[in-house]
Design a protein. Sequence first.
Length: 76
Amino acid sequence: MPTTRSAAPIFAAVLLLLALYVGSYLALVVPRGRMNSTSRHDCHIYHYRVNSVKLAPRLFWPLEQADRKLRPDSWP
C-alpha cells in the first residue's frame, strides 16, 4: 500500500513559528521607547520591554524595520 506524505505539518509548523516570532515582537516592542536611568545619571532609551541592549534589537531587527515603515507615527 503506497503512503503519501503531506507537507501540511511542515507548513503548519512554519506558520506557527512565524506567528510566535511576530507575537513575541508585538508583546515586547515599545515604539515610543522607555527611559532607564542608571546610578551614574546616564539615560538610555529602550524600545523593548526587556533591558536587552543586544539580543532583542538584533533578533527583531527585520520586524522593527517593517514596523517603522508601516507605523511611522508610532516611532520617534
